[in-house]
Write a protein that binds this ligand. Structure first.
Ligand SMILES: Cc1cc2nc3c(=O)[nH]c(=O)nc-3n(C[C@H](O)[C@H](O)[C@H](O)COP(=O)(O)OP(=O)(O)OC[C@H]3O[C@@H](n4cnc5c(N)ncnc54)[C@H](O)[C@@H]3O)c2cc1C
Length: 379
């Protein structure tokens, strides 16, 4: 049987797949390329809420449904409220994002959208096998994460940012809609790194997420009961849960790029586009996609796309420390917010700082833990 051939096959139509597809089809440079996107889900649910900080206007501002310029960080015996300036903290609802790309499904001349489940991607033959047939791609971009590869290796610790979030409507006006609670560590830590993340939409409505940075997920009830307890402390009156979401995002310095080949590039979380020390992925994915579009015009092997940066080493050490001292995560973040300007922290987490700014930040942490982690890596 003859296998249908495409110039580009995009595996997965979530954040990274949709961003890439929309940029490829709207750039005339690629108008003679045949493009296929394969996605298994309908993408008709609000399954996630994306937040990110950004300076000034952004490419996806038309999808932003809420933004904040004030934020709060809390830990035991410490609270700071700050202006996020020059950044704005922006929120995009998953469903708004997916709907925005619905036009992709209407066949463009050079683009096809296939609802199918991918069973395998063969690195040697570049054949993508699905439950609706097999397809050959000259270039393949995959956002389908192979969790086995992550858990089988033991060179890099695998922590997860795992959470359940609930959009809650309350009877009483208990939220401050212009103030996002970035991290509230002033909750029982139970020997791991746990915090509440509160995104107030109105005075009566907020998304509250119980989040951990730790190796193992909890049973569902533990997240839910913790949110309930936190909420009841705020004296909400009657309340109801309007929407829920859950996530488990890998936090690891694992070299995702080692899975790339000359003609297969992993993108999104599967490509290591998640900031390993925080789990933030969305804006980085947009930035990486823009870089990828320029890169593709140079016709180079895809495995030359990812470059090593010193930020990878910082993430590696930070995660080594967080893995070894998981009960001290609250203290680590507290020190970071106590001793540094939030603007510098955001800049650092965006991989935009210079070496001297980074050195200043490093010195605010407990040096022995980091020196130990460094020595363990060297020897
Ligand atoms: C609930 C939640 C909240 C998040 N919030 C934030 C946030 O606030 N800020 C931030 O920066 N990051 C956030 N993230 C992390 C990250 O931004 C998202 O996970 C983002 O969606 C990653 O994009 P992606 O393209 O890598 O993966 P996805 O968006 O998950 O896309 C992968 C796609 O592949 C499809 N797929 C998987 N397997 C197959 C298969 N076998 N066949 C066909 N299709 C397949 C999936 O259905 C999915 O559509 C969040 C994640 C979650 C889960």
């Amino acid at each position: 049987m003859k296998i249908k051939r495409y110039d580009f096959i995009i595996c997965g139509g979530g954040a990274s797949g949709l961003m890439l597809a929309s940029k490829l089809i709207s750039d005339s440079f690629f108008s003679n390329k045949k493009i296929l996107l394969i996605e298994k889900d309908e993408k008709n649910l609000n399954d996630r809420t994306w937040c990110f900080w950004e300076k000034g206007k952004g490419e996806l501002d038309h999808l932003v449904s809420k933004n904040w310029s004030h934020a709060i960080f809390k830990a035991k015996n410490f609270k700071t409220k700050f202006l996020t300036d020059p950044y704005t903290y922006k929120l995009i609802r998953g469903i708004d994002f997916y709907n925005n790309f619905k036009y992709l499904k209407n066949k463009q001349k050079n683009f096809e959208y296939l609802s199918a489940k991918i069973n395998s991607i063969d690195e040697k033959t570049n054949v993508v096998k699905t439950d609706k047939g097999a397809f050959f791609g000259d270039n393949i971009f995959s956002s389908v994460l192979d969790k086995n590869k992550l858990s089988k290796q033991n060179k890099f610790p695998l922590l997860k940012q795992h959470f359940i979030g609930q959009m809650i409507q309350t009877e009483k006006k208990i939220f401050k809609p212009d103030e996002v609670t970035f991290m509230d560590f002033d909750i029982p830590q139970k020997n791991s790194t746990r915090f509440m993340y509160v995104l107030p939409i109105t005075q009566n409505k907020a998304l509250i997420e119980y989040t951990l940075f730790s190796p193992k997920e909890l049973v569902k009830e533990e997240y839910i009961n913790s949110i309930k307890k936190y909420l009841i402390n705020l004296d909400p009156g009657k309340f109801s849960i309007i929407e829920s979401e859950k996530g488990s995002i890998p936090m690891t310095a694992y070299k995702f790029k080692s899975n790339n080949t000359k003609s297969i590039l992993n993108i999104g979380t599967a490509g290591g586009w998640t900031k390993a020390s925080t789990g933030y992925t969305f804006l980085n994915t947009l930035n990486k996609t823009n870089l990828l579009i320029s890169f593709l015009k140079e016709n180079k092997p895809l495995n030359e796309f990812e470059k090593n940066t010193r930020f990878w080493y910082y993430d590696l050490l930070f995660l080594d420390v967080l893995n070894k001292h998981n009960d001290k995560g609250s203290l680590l973040f507290k020190k970071m917010f106590e001793k540094n300007k939030p603007e510098l922290i955001f800049k650092f987490l965006d991989n935009q700082t210079n070496f001297f700014e980074e050195l200043g930040l490093m010195l605010t942490f407990k040096k022995r833990w980091f020196v130990d982690a460094l020595l363990r890596r060297i020897f």
